[in-house]
Each structure stands twice: as C-alpha cells, then as structure tokens.
Design a protein around this ligand. Structure first.
Ligand code: SF4
Ligand code: SF4
Length: 472
C-alpha cells in the first residue's frame, strides 16, 4: 500500500507505514550501533528517511543527543551560514467556512470580529509593513468562496506588488490559502507568488477528520494532495507544516518526512520550507484542550531532527514562540523567522492595535522589527531581507541544485549583507545601525570569492549613496 510515488494521499502518507515506523523506532531505541550508523549517514548531509529519523527521535542517549544537536547546528551553518531570512504575515480576511476546532476563525465562532480588507486597507497595511522594513510577506486568509474567492486573493497580490513607498517595496509574496484547484494554483503562479504554503495540521487521517468536522477542509485527501496540484499548476516552491499539539508528535514527524519524500520522488524537488507551529491560545481556543501538546525540549529536538533529515529545506518559526525558544531554535536549524507580526486582520495599520478582536493566535514575541533585528545580530546572526532567488527565477529544482552544489553561499551571504545595509539605512534605530555596520564590516571578510567580495563592497557604498535593490 505504501508508495511514495503514488498521487493518492493514503498511499504516500500511509497509516500502516507510519505505525510500522514507530514500532521500528521503539524496537531500536537503545540499539546504539544502529543509531551510530544513522548519525554517520546524517553527517554526509544528504538527509535521512522517515524511518531513520524516527529512530533518532526516540533516542534518549545523552551523548548521542549532544552529537545530534551539534550536527544540526553544523548543517544549518553549512547550508544557511549565520543568515536568518525575515518575513511578516499579512492577514487579508478571517471569514472562513471551515470548522477547524483549533482555530478561532472557525465558522461557528459568532463573536469574533470578522474582517476582510479592502484594496485600500491592504495598501495601508503594506505601507505600514514597508515602513518597518519588511520585504517578504506571507499572505494569510480563511477559506470562503464568497468573501475571499481566488479573484480577491489575486487582486490583493497585485495591489501588494504595486506599492512602492519611499524606499520600500514588497519583493516576495508567499501565499498561505486553502487547498484549491490546479487552475487556481496556475493563477497564483501567474500572479507571481513565491512559496505556496499549506499546513497539513495533522497527517493522522482519523484525527484530521475529527479536527475538521465541517467545511471543504474536512476532505483529507483533497488537502493532503494539494501540493501535488500546486506543482502541477507550476508552483515549484511549496511549504509544509504540521500544527504540533493536535496529534502525537512522533506520528506527525514521520508523516511530514514522508510528505517531503513524496514530493522529491514525484516532482524531483522537496519542500522549499517546513514550518513548525505549535498550538497556541486564541479567542475561543484553549491549548490545554488538546492533549498532545509538546514541551520545549521535544519541540527543539524535532527542529534539530528536521534540519538533519532535510538539510536543504528552509525552516520557519513564527512569533507563536517566545524569545527564548526562538533563540534556541535558531541555533538548531531555523532559517526564517517572522518579526513584529500582527495576527489580526488589519493589525499593522490599526491605530488602537485592538488585537483581541480578530487575531488567529496570541503572539508570544511582541518585539518591534528593529528589536528583533538587533537581537539577531547581537546573537551572531545576519538578518537578511533577501528575495533574490525568486526574482532571478531560481525556484524549485533550479534553487535546489544551486543549494546542493554549495554555490548558494556566494549569493546568500552578500545578498544578506546588502539587504541588511538597506534596512540599516532606511529603517533602523541608531543603536541597531551601529551594531549592523560593524557586523557587515566583519562579515564582508567571509565572502569566499574575492571578486564577489569587491562587487559587494562597491554596492554597499552605492546603497549608502541612495541606490537600492542589488542582488546576486
Ligand atoms: S485554520 Fe484556516 S481553514 Fe481552519 S478555521 Fe482557521 S482560517 Fe479557517
Ligand atoms: S540568495 Fe536565494 S536562497 Fe539565498 S537568501 Fe537570497 S533568496 Fe534565499
């Protein structure tokens, strides 16, 4: 039944194969010889399959775990250096016809304020985001064919890309909307989206159906097969994720890796990103109602093992997590974070910032973008506002082959420095700017190729004089 090449959800995310994987992992939990051989394989930086990674997930040997955490950090540094890509979510509408029991936007919630942004309101949101320095957005909207049909999403993307405010511009719009048809994915591709993101929520079919009792999202197969339709529609960067806390994390972990293996087997390219949201408190949602919540320790172990299992995949953590968890997660493999997020519809431009009204979840990290940028730099990371690959057409397998050849280091690093420089010139506080200038000076020396280093220096000077938007 299990077939990673199949296009049927229940065959590429096969329940029996997951149960068998968990059994295999339990049996080999103390098999140090096997664990060591899996670690050796992981050192080659070519990834692990779901069975191998599941064995490591149950490993409790302190010495081996320390090795795994160091390896995750090394792999992060090999593929992503010390750069962290910044983004912000933008909520367009919270009308939703689904009944997801963990989300306050579910249709039966009658007291949450429902809002849908007009194009003028989107303009105001985007200007507020550009005024902070954001260049990369993730669009979010509930599923509602009447209030937010695909035409509305397409028009909104067009509006967002059209807004040039002072030196600001949104250069990449990633989209997180409900599973849809090949035809609609094609339209999204034509509208110039970056990554199409869709969280699976849970890979466990029976739980999935209970957690999504009503609405189109109830259909497990349609949801799980969405990435295949997106790829058929021409979108080659797709982002996966599960909502940790809904089901047993070991089940989700195996399912997530099987999904990645499936995409690689069928389309020749794995997921562009994996997000790791954990269930959080929100309007009528209490995370304690879900009994599969995971501790910070388990959460960080999952992050480290995803990094090791899929070394080329970007990993995203949001402001659902607080500063200290984010700080540790960044050391273990996270490559993208959101900053200064508003999880309500219209939350960026609103004067009174009345988040309780329409937010999807409570934010645990409330710092401004300037504070997040400064904190990252003080912790040795380079905040990057780079969107170069997407704009140079380096997506899907073209991106992956560049990444696998190691050449991306000669693009990402200088691009990070140049986009950081733009940020420092246009948006940073004096203190942040001082930290950033010193960091750029130091990091210039870490550009491997001499000619790239010289071009970067010259471009940094031109940015200082007012020019913008350079990229490799
Ligand atoms: S998770 Fe998405 S689909 Fe489900 S209720 Fe919330 S907005 Fe709607
Ligand atoms: S060069 Fe490409 S992979 Fe590197 S940070 Fe920029 S967009 Fe990302």
């Amino acid at each position: 039944m299990y077939d990673p090449r199949s296009l049927k959800a229940e065959e590429f995310i096969n329940h029996d194969e997951i149960l068998e994987t968990l059994r295999y992992a339990d049996e080999n939990k103390d098999n140090l010889e096997l664990i060591d051989s899996i670690i050796e394989k992981a050192r080659k930086r070519k990834g692990l399959n779901h069975r191998e990674a599941s064995v490591l997930l149950v490993c409790e040997d302190k010495e081996r775990l320390d090795v795994l955490y160091s390896l995750a950090k090394e792999i992060k540094n090999d593929f992503y250096g010390n750069r962290i890509v910044m983004f912000a979510p933008l909520y367009l509408s919270n009308y939703c016809v689904n009944g997801c029991v963990y989300c306050p936007y579910h249709q039966k919630n009658k007291h949450i304020a429902r809002k849908k942004l007009s194009q003028e309101e989107i303009r105001r949101e985007v200007i507020a985001l550009e005024d902070m320095g954001h260049k990369r957005l993730a669009l979010e909207t509930g599923e509602d064919p009447v209030n937010s049909p695909i035409e509305y999403v397409l028009e909104s993307i067009k509006t967002i890309y059209s807004i040039k405010h002072k030196n600001g511009a949104v250069r990449r719009v990633n989209v997180n909307i409900a599973a849809t048809s090949v035809e609609n994915y094609r339209k999204l591709k034509e509208a110039g989206i970056g990554t199409y993101i869709l969280f699976q929520e849970t890979y466990h079919k029976e739980s999935y159906e209970k957690l999504h009792p009503t609405g189109p999202k109830h259909d497990y197969a349609y949801h799980t097969e969405a990435m295949d339709r997106a790829m058929e529609g021409g979108i080659d960067d797709v982002g996966l994720g599960v909502l940790f806390g809904l089901e047993l994390y070991r089940y989700e972990f195996a399912g997530l890796l099987m999904h990645a293996e499936h995409l690689e087997a069928v389309h020749g390219v794995g997921p562009h990103t994996i997000s790791v949201p954990r269930i959080k408190r929100a309007d009528d949602i209490n995370p304690d109602d879900f009994d599969n919540g995971i501790s910070d320790e388990v959460f960080l172990k999952l992050i480290a093992l995803i990094r090791i299992a899929v070394p080329y995949t970007g990993m995203i953590i949001s402001t659902r997590e607080n500063k200290s968890v984010r700080e540790r997660a960044l050391e273990l493999g996270i490559s993208q974070i959101s900053g200064a997020s508003r999880t309500s519809v219209g939350g960026y431009a609103e004067e009174d910032r009345d988040e309780e009204d329409s937010s999807q979840f409570d934010v645990s990290d409330n710092r401004s973008l300037d504070e997040v940028v400064s904190w990252l730099m003080r912790n040795g990371h380079i905040p990057s506002f780079c969107t170069a690959c997407y704009r140079e057409g380096r997506t899907g397998d073209r991106f992956m082959s560049l990444c696998k050849s190691g050449q991306i280091q000669n693009c990402c690093h200088p691009n990070a420095l140049m986009t950081l420089k733009e940020y420092l010139m246009d948006y940073a506080s004096l203190e942040t700017r001082n930290i950033g200038e010193a960091l750029i000076e130091k990091e210039l020396e870490n550009i491997p190729k001499e000619n790239v280093k010289n071009i970067t220096k010259e471009r940094l000077e031109r940015i200082e004089k007012g020019e913008r938007d350079f990229r490799f």
